[in-house]
Design a protein around this ligand. Sequence first.
Ligand SMILES: [Zn+2]
Length: 851
Amino acid sequence: MRRRSIPPRNSSEEPSRNTDPMPSCPTGRRSRPAGHDGTGTRWARAAPPTARSAWRVRRTSPPTLPASLLISGFATLPLAFLRTETHYFRVTNQYQTFKQTSSLEGVLANLMIVESPTKAAKIRQILGAGWTVEASVGHIADLPNGKMAIEPGSYKLDYELSDRGKSVIGKLKGIAASADEVYLATDPDREGEAISAHLRHYLRLSHYKRVTFNEITESGVRGALSSPRQIDQHLVDAQEARRAADRLIGYRVSYPISDAAGMGLSAGRCQSPAVRLVVERQDEIDNFKVTDHFTAMVQFENGEWSAEWQTKPFLNEGSEYVLDRALAERAASCRDFTIAAASQKPAMRAPGAPFTTSALLQAAGATLKLPPAVTQACAQKLFENGHITYHRTDNPNLSDDGMALMAAYAQSRGWPVAEKKRRWKLPEGAQEAHEAIRPTHPEVLDAGDTENEKAIYRLIWRRAVASQLADAEYNTVTLDLSCRQGADTFQFRARSAVLVKPGWKVVASDDDKDDDEDVAEAAASGKVPVLSTGQNVHATGGQVVPKATKPPSRYTETSLIKKLEAMGIGRPSTFAAIVQNICGKAYVKVEKRFLVPTPAGRAIVRQLVGRFGFAEYDFTKELETQLDLIAEGKSQYVPVVHDLNTRLDGELGKLAALTPTYPCPSCGKPLRLARSKKGRTYFGCTGYREGCEVLCEDNGGKPGPVISLTPSEKQLELARKLAGEQGITIPNEAFESSRKLREWIDAALVNARPSEKQIEFARKLAAEQETTVPEVAMASAPKLKAWIDAALANARPSEKQIEFAQKLAAEQSVAVPDDAIASATKLRAWIDKALKKRGGKKGAKRKEGAR
Ligand SMILES: [Zn+2]
């Protein structure tokens, strides 16, 4: 931040939900407002009591004083008394409200502030009368664009209210001031905490209650109201640290790597590692060598069931595949088999875990083909309308209440419930702040306002309900068959699995991918009969199955999220935004749902990897962990941000020492690829601020010949006119570029000869003032003009002017000063002053008369 604080046009920072960049509390962790701990009282700041600003008195907790006393005393209670009795009284000067209300209870009004209008509407329904519920409409403040806005050393973030934030605060200020209690009820995570901190700061709340709901239902909201708390500064700090890290990386690194690469690039704390994953996957695909190999299948009872060749005994050491087609053909020709082993046993299959954020994004991507950003937005709406629990979570387990709710619903439907409560392993680094996503009312089978919302609700509902149901039970039959051919024995295996008790599958649908490979493989064998060892069976057909190894597939938006989560990069609140951001930034193209890196994507990875820590997966994971630790109060904001910044200092220092990929042929500074307004690409010198105007043609991504900007016709015409007037010639080098000619013109204009008219006027003035125009002034137009201006200032006043001034002076019994009479300008000023002194209509009239 000490170097360049201006971000490149496409500077990237991690995005956050609702497309708003992430703010945090400007009150600063270091300068908390009074009453931060909630013990402050609003009335203490209110105006002192006067006859006009009477008081509204409100009872809070133990209402010990009788209402009659309050009413009779409200206007006369001494301030000191009120101060000491703050526990019982809170006072505002809303006298009107008081007068209009007959009972004290009637003036009670609470304000609750949430993030979204949808959530506000839902909560209004739940809370009913006595409550005002308003929305902050997302973030109200953020770091301003175009400057670093992080104080060096202290790393204090310099927030600004957004335009929307200003109008929100303007609207809420009055309501908050007159409310009995202000409840900050933004979403239950770091980001929500930061928004609440902003509201507290900009609304200057010395007294408030922070409440959070994991579900927007009657019980969820009422439960939250019964356990209010204060803003958790640890969560706010973690949020701010993320914001600071994103900004430091985005703003400090983007410029230098753009210079180094010769094209505009933007670095991002999580985006850059995500782009790297996409690039590396593409490299793997590009470098993949396809291996053709073979296996064999035989069929029995004319295809009723089949068995697959077990190639393992025939594989060469270190090889996974049979490459010899002739061998596979021998296997496929096997017909007379003996049962070498037979088994029949039940197999239990457990349901999948209820959704975490990332699992929901993946499932919706796989089955509904929805991009993560759309799924995220739908889930947000479902949450705000009270249909599902909070959808930003990394915990695959339901709460005890959640499990009980799902189980009770299943029982009411007569479905088999699991004997033991199910628990799933937490992903590494999971915060487990909230339970997995589930419906708030499982008896509601259809919820959501749009088709997408409805489909996502069904997915969530099925997973959550299924998670508490009994295992599905299969009957599996496995046969090992062998066939001798000369010296070789070929082994085959047939497996089938038949569902005998559906268990959780009663609510599953075709949408739910059966990720159990065993079951999928068994299904391919058909219905295998129960045979006994030693029995002989005759195959009715057989064939070679040619196969080829496949490269890994490209990431989709959702499989990339799965990978990011597995690598500890990003968090439930940021996955969708990270992916959306890299796809929207020209680093990654989405082709038929698959992610393909662009040349810019490859360039940014080339520039960052090996140079910057944040391009390393482990480093990014470690930084996320540090942010988690701040949230838990086990680490602090300043050291974490300072370490990152110091590291960047070192890395940027090394980068600066490198020679640019494309140095400017004139000044040596890096050239950078740019695009003109007309869409033409070219390389421009990054030294343009220091006056280097070199532009080079874009020669297929590399700088070509220098573009000479020849002087325009208009410029030439002006230059020739000037040269003619001054009787001089334009030097040849001035014609080389428009810039050089412009410089010559600027110089010539300074020397331009005065016009005849100008000279005439100057001579007249000089004569009036009984002086002469000096030679130097006559030689140049600008100089003559300066002389004329000075002469005008000294011009003698006219007889009429003097006469008028003297008349005025006489009226006011003063004298016109001598220096005023000496100069027309000064006399005019004196007259104006004198007229003003006289003032009134008379003065105005007289002034008119004088003209
Ligand atoms: Zn240059």
